[in-house]
Design a protein around this ligand. Structure first.
Ligand SMILES: NC(=O)c1ccc[n+]([C@@H]2O[C@H](COP(=O)([O-])OP(=O)(O)OC[C@H]3O[C@@H](n4cnc5c(N)ncnc54)[C@H](O)[C@@H]3O)[C@@H](O)[C@H]2O)c1
Length: 425
């Protein structure tokens, strides 16, 4: 294994971190059996041969394994970060050194560098874009629409990206098919719920070393991610409070055993606040003003707009970093509020993101969706598609099998019964 400067293009923090990154990528691979099967088939069949592919993703050990699968399938890939704080610099170094994949990403990159990397990704003139949050697709449509003519299609990893793609479609500016990977059942049922659930609390705990038992944890948003976070916080012994705007989600949270209240009330009670709504300014001035001293505030939604950080800065006399990625803000009356990970995805900023076992399914969806786009793009329309059901179910079957679980099969009598409208009482 060489750590010599490779000839391929890159903009990463430290190439000498490659050996550590390689070990961690291999460790994650052990937990990604479905993606491994896809990689082996891709190597034999070369379905992506010659395709130029940009992946805008969190540069983690799991993404590295997705990149390996795409490379095995014959794709020429380039990777950029989908968030300025989510890159694992050792992984970026190993991708460049050990796998010869160009990477433009570093943990803590400025917004300007992040945007420059998006432009680098577009300079690559991709045929397929694997996006996470829709920044590459949106930038291309806004600033470099001529590149869209070459695009076969895109795939989108997260809820917020799909909301943006639907808005582009509605505005009539989406000119190619896009596959909503997030909406596959084998993605959001598991990644958003169990992945975000576990890794968000991992991020809070690693950053603060707080004991969650006995604390009041406020979770804003009871969607797929929020349910997972609330469920895991309850498991830690926290008193969990939910804030919502959707009555159905609100009643679900109540029946799951949580208290539901507006943020204005929760702000007075909470010890730890976690936003995960995909919305903006969910925690704002009026909420910071009534928080208890010592309150910890963080976000696990895609963009860093859920917590109104400019409002927090305006209210405070000073700010200092008291632990890595823990900023202490001093408010009126010497009240202290702690912001984690600069309000960016806390599970990636202060922990390692989702465990590999869950990303196995998300990234199996990504790899199979890229292959599906190539096979079918001529008949697909410029709109947002769900992952075809047969692919989704096949991923679930393979995952279950790899975990050593078996299902029952319908008997002929049961098949007949389910297909018939005549059988009843
Ligand atoms: N941290 C991660 O690794 C990770 C993983 C997956 C998704 N995400 C992101 O997390 C966010 C949520 O994703 P999801 O799949 O749970 O979405 P979702 O649509 O299932 O849930 C979002 C919930 O937030 C609620 N909401 C909206 N505005 C609100 C407000 N002002 N106050 C309280 N609740 C409000 C909605 O009613 C909805 O129930 C998105 O930005 C998504 O991209 C992050």
């Amino acid at each position: 294994m060489s750590t010599a400067m490779p000839a391929i293009e890159h903009d990463i923090k430290d190439i000498s971190l490659a050996p550590q990154g390689k070990k961690r990528i291999d460790w994650a691979e052990r937990e990604m059996p479905v993606l491994r099967l896809i990689r082996e088939r891709f190597r034999a069949e070369q379905p992506l041969k010659g395709v130029r592919l940009v992946a805008c993703a969190h540069i983690t050990t799991e993404t590295a394994n997705l990149a390996r699968a795409l490379q095995a399938g014959g794709a020429e890939s380039l990777l950029i970060a989908s968030n300025p704080l989510s890159t694992q610099d050792d992984v970026a170094a190993s991708l460049v050194t050990d796998y010869g994949i160009p990477v433009f990403a570093m943990k803590g990159e400025t917004t300007d560098t992040y945007r420059r990397h998006v432009q680098t990704a577009l300079d690559f003139a991709p045929d397929i874009i694997i996006d996470d949050g829709s920044d590459v697709v949106a930038t291309m449509i806004k600033e470099r629409p001529e590149l869209a003519k070459k695009i076969v299609g895109s795939t989108e990893e997260t809820t917020t990206g799909i909301v943006r793609l639907e808005a582009m479609h509605k505005a009539g500016v989406l000119t190619f098919p896009s596959i909503a990977v997030n909406n596959a059942q084998t993605k959001h049922f598991f990644d958003n719920r169990y992945g975000t659930g576990q890794s968000t609390l991992d991020g809070v705990i690693r950053a603060t070393n707080l004991l969650l038992a006995g604390l009041k944890v406020v979770v804003a948003g009871y969607g797929w991610c929020g349910r997972g976070i609330a469920m895991r916080a309850k498991g830690h012994g926290a008193d969990v409070i939910i804030t919502e705007i959707d009555p159905t989600k609100g009643i679900e949270a109540v029946m799951d055993g949580f208290r539901v209240m507006p943020m204005a009330d929760a702000a007075k009670e909470g010890d730890v606040f976690i936003t995960v709504t995909g919305n903006k300014s969910v925690i704002r001035s009026e909420h910071f003003e009534v928080m208890k001293t010592g309150a910890v505030v963080c976000n696990s939604g895609h963009f860093n707009v859920e917590i109104d950080i400019p409002a927090l800065e305006k209210l405070s006399n000073g700010k200092r970093e008291v632990r890595p990625l823990v900023d202490e803000y001093v408010l009126k009356g010497n009240r202290k509020v702690y912001l984690l990970g600069e309000g960016r995805l806390v599970n990636l900023a202060t922990a390692e993101g989702h465990p590999a076992a869950v990303m196995d399914m998300s990234f199996a969806n990504q790899a199979l969706s890229a292959e599906y786009l190539l096979k079918n793009y001529k008949t697909l329309k410029p709109q947002v598609y769900v992952v075809p059901e047969h692919l989704d179910r096949e991923i679930a079957r393979l995952k279950l099998e790899s975990m050593g679980h078996k299902l029952d099969k319908l008997t002929p009598e049961q098949e007949h019964y389910l297909a018939s409208w005549q059988e009843g009482t």
